[in-house]
Design a protein around this ligand. Structure first.
Ligand SMILES: NC(=O)c1ccc[n+]([C@@H]2O[C@H](COP(=O)([O-])OP(=O)(O)OC[C@H]3O[C@@H](n4cnc5c(N)ncnc54)[C@H](O)[C@@H]3O)[C@@H](O)[C@H]2O)c1
Length: 335
């Protein structure tokens, strides 16, 4: 079982001073808490959101000249680009990028009341567009801005993507939301070996919050609370996001806790991701589940236990196949 401690002493939050962070969905909930936390550590924040009124109150609450809002619809490529352009025009660099904006399930999908005639009406894909298309656009632009000018400087840069517990655990009723959040984890997995090689200094991680007290869970909060389950605050998740952003080379904030899952610590490395590489590369390729403010890595556990659930023989074949993929550029060669 692998834990990440966002308050670990090896995390130097002072390194955030004067860094430039671009973030989406900063007007409310987890995003607003992240903007405030970043600002409290001296970061300069440029954030986008659709909700101008709420965004302005976040900017006012920081009473800062270093927190900027630009009205942004993450479904638009050019509006994502404008956000990064604004940060670059103001400060000449981007140190960290956080794709946080998201939308919960909308009605209309898999409704048993829908009749054959009603199927003529195409169901709504806004949730997919915000949660996955928006994150793809953001990540694509972010990688280039983060790496820009970093060939020689090799400053620690990070891209953090908001997935969800719905990114890995079945979530009945969250059809499009769950598909989109699996997509976000998939994007992180496809980037985690690739990005640090081709974009100097860039680490990529995903955060998978469980129930967090924002308007997103308004419809189910009472049920969760009455079942005695923990509901964390947006600040809990913000701490994890910001902790990951500063967990650069040398960070010791992630460790394997043998006590809680003895017997499964079988492999040093697996799957192609070098999990022991935190010293050189910093925290990279993690999918961190956050519940009650406590962060557990999902992906390293999957890798470490691969032989338990896939068997040794099949695991070897899979590993050989992964190696055969090389740096991943082969897929688009010749197109
Ligand atoms: N709250 C939870 O329990 C929970 C659990 C798992 C994952 N998450 C994820 O955390 C992230 C933040 O969610 P939250 O809980 O703070 O919800 P929230 O609704 O409080 O915040 C989401 C923000 O995204 C913005 N947004 C929505 N559509 C947008 C668009 N098209 N363009 C720009 N901005 C847009 C909203 O205006 C809002 O400010 C989301 O990606 C969400 O899926 C939340």
């Amino acid at each position: 079982m692998t834990r990440f401690d966002p308050l670990h002493e090896s995390l130097t939050f002072t390194s955030l001073k004067d860094t430039v962070v671009v973030l989406t969905g900063g007007a409310s909930g987890i995003g607003a808490a992240t903007v405030r936390l970043l600002h409290s550590h001296g970061a300069r924040v440029v954030f986008g959101d659709l909700d101008e009124t709420a965004a302005k109150s976040v900017v006012n609450s920081t009473s800062s000249t270093d927190v900027h809002f630009l009205k942004t619809d993450v479904r638009s490529y050019s509006e994502n680009l404008a956000l990064f352009k604004l940060a670059f025009e103001k400060y000449g660099r981007v140190n960290h990028a956080i794709a946080n904006a998201g939308l919960v399930e909308r009605p209309g999908w898999f409704d048993p009341r829908v009749t054959l005639d009603a199927l003529d009406k195409e169901p709504d894909l806004t949730v997919l567009d915000v949660n996955l298309k928006g994150v793809l656009y953001f990540a694509h632009i972010a990688c280039t801005y983060l790496a820009h000018g970093n060939e020689s400087e090799r400053k620690d840069k990070s891209l953090t993507l908001l997935s969800s517990i719905a990114g890995w655990k079945e979530s009945p009723g969250l059809f499009v939301y769950q598909a989109s959040k699996h997509g976000v984890l998939g994007l992180m997995r496809s980037l985690r070996l690739y990005a640090p090689e081709v974009y100097p200094g860039v680490r990529v991680n995903a955060i998978c919050p469980s129930f967090t007290d924002t308007r997103m869970i308004a419809g189910v909060k009472d049920g969760v609370v009455s079942a005695g389950l923990p509901v964390q605050t947006p600040d809990d998740v913000a701490r994890c996001i910001v902790g990951v952003s500063v967990a650069g080379p040398g960070s010791k904030a992630v460790w394997y806790d043998e006590k809680e899952a003895s017997g499964v610590h079988q492999r040093k490395t697996s799957g192609g991701a070098d999990w022991e590489d935190t010293k050189r590369r910093g925290l990279n390729g993690r999918a961190l589940h956050v519940l009650g403010g406590v962060c557990h890595d999902i992906d390293e556990g999957l890798d470490r236990t691969q032989e338990l659930w896939l068997g040794q023989e099949m695991s070897k074949i899979v590993e050989a196949g992964q190696k055969g993929l090389g740096d991943g550029t082969g897929w688009v060669k010749g197109q």
